[in-house]
Design a protein around this ligand. Structure first.
Ligand code: ADP
Ligand code: MG
Length: 305
């Protein structure tokens, strides 16, 4: 039984979801604390939208427990949808309703709209609210849903790749308005397949791959788990059996490049200096490299049927 933890706005444990014989979620855990922006990051097809649809009570799981804002997404659906706003990655609008009417409708389903904020958002996103649903481009449909969500008086924003189709300038506006939501103590779950989109905003991140969370923590927690890149020119290339501290080794003539676990740098340097070090460059660990490793690594696939 999940324990009620008041500062967890989202508490999902052991989620499993199959579509036919394909298991899209394979025991997924996701915890989002009150007031944080939580980046939900993973490649296309990893299971982000499936997880989000479960959180919203739009999809039933085969196993697992979910509590969201202290409630059950199936049982408490009406009450919960007053307290949260959702932006999907592919917003659909009513063809004959204007963007403005759509924003008001969405706002009325939720806790109501802050009119001042609505006007401010419409201006900053340069949204023409008089057009009808069928006339909007993909990017403008996203804007309608983003404005409606951010102008709503809600405790939780669930944003599933919300900026798909927005141009880069609007991406900046989006980053600003999420910062403002955070300063109002709104909790945000923000999914993306692009690290850069969540890196500046997220207090904590969960990285999903093949239906399970492969890493979760603050940016600095995750950075601490990345490897340092080294590139050195040596007088003699060390023999294979001395390369134990080095990963992803690439040897080209007298040059060696490799990655080193952050806590093994000293040991790796001993090996390199004993080989007659002529030059050395060291690059600090980056989140990008961790992310690529988690995305691309073969070992995380081994659990898959
Ligand atoms: N309704 C569905 N029927 C069959 N397969 C689905 C369905 N929804 C999602 N999937 C599959 O589940 C996996 C995860 O999809 P999704 O949650 O949309 O990933 P993401 O949002 O991370 O890109 C994908 O392989 C997708 O094809
Ligand atoms: Mg998706």
């Amino acid at each position: 039984m999940p324990v009620d933890t008041p500062d967890l706005v989202i508490d999902a444990r052991g989620l499993r979801k199959s579509f036919g014989r394909f298991e899209a979620l394979r025991g997924l855990d996701l915890r989002v604390r009150r007031g944080e922006v939580h980046g939900f990051l993973g490649p296309n097809g990893a299971g982000k939208s499936t997880t989000i649809r479960v959180l919203l009570g739009l999809l039933r799981t085969n196993a697992g427990e979910v509590r969201i804002l202290g409630g059950n997404p199936w049982r408490d659906v009406v009450e919960l949808h007053r307290r949260l706003a959702y932006v999907p990655g592919d917003v659909a609008l009513w063809p004959s309703m204007t963007g403005g009417e759509m924003i008001d409708l969405l706002g009325s389903i939720r806790g109501g709209l802050d009119e001042g904020r609505r006007a401010d958002l419409v201006r900053r996103f340069e949204l023409d609210t008089t057009k009808r649903g069928r006339q909007y481009s993909k990017g403008n449909r996203q804007k309608v849903a983003i404005v409606a969500a951010l102008a709503s008086e809600v405790e939780l924003l669930i944003l599933d790749e919300p900026t798909s189709g927005l141009d880069p300038l609007m991406e900046n506006v989006f980053q600003e308005v999420i910062e403002e939501a955070k300063s109002r103590d709104t909790t945000v779950l923000l999914s993306s397949h692009i690290l850069a989109e969540v890196e500046t905003l997220a207090d904590r991140l969960s990285i999903i791959r093949d239906g399970v969370i492969v890493a979760t923590g603050t940016l600095s927690d995750l950075r601490g788990r990345t490897r340092t890149s080294v590139r050195a020119e040596l007088e003699t290339i060390p023999s294979e059996d001395r390369l134990g501290e080095l990963h992803e080794v690439d040897i080209d003539g007298q040059w060696i490049s490799a990655t080193v676990d952050s806590d093994r740098i000293g040991a790796a340097m001993e090996v390199l200096t004993s080989c007659g070090l002529r030059s050395l460059t060291v690059e600090p660990p980056s989140l990008e490299s961790l992310f690529l490793r988690l995305y691309g690594s073969e070992d995380s696939k081994s659990g898959k049927k």
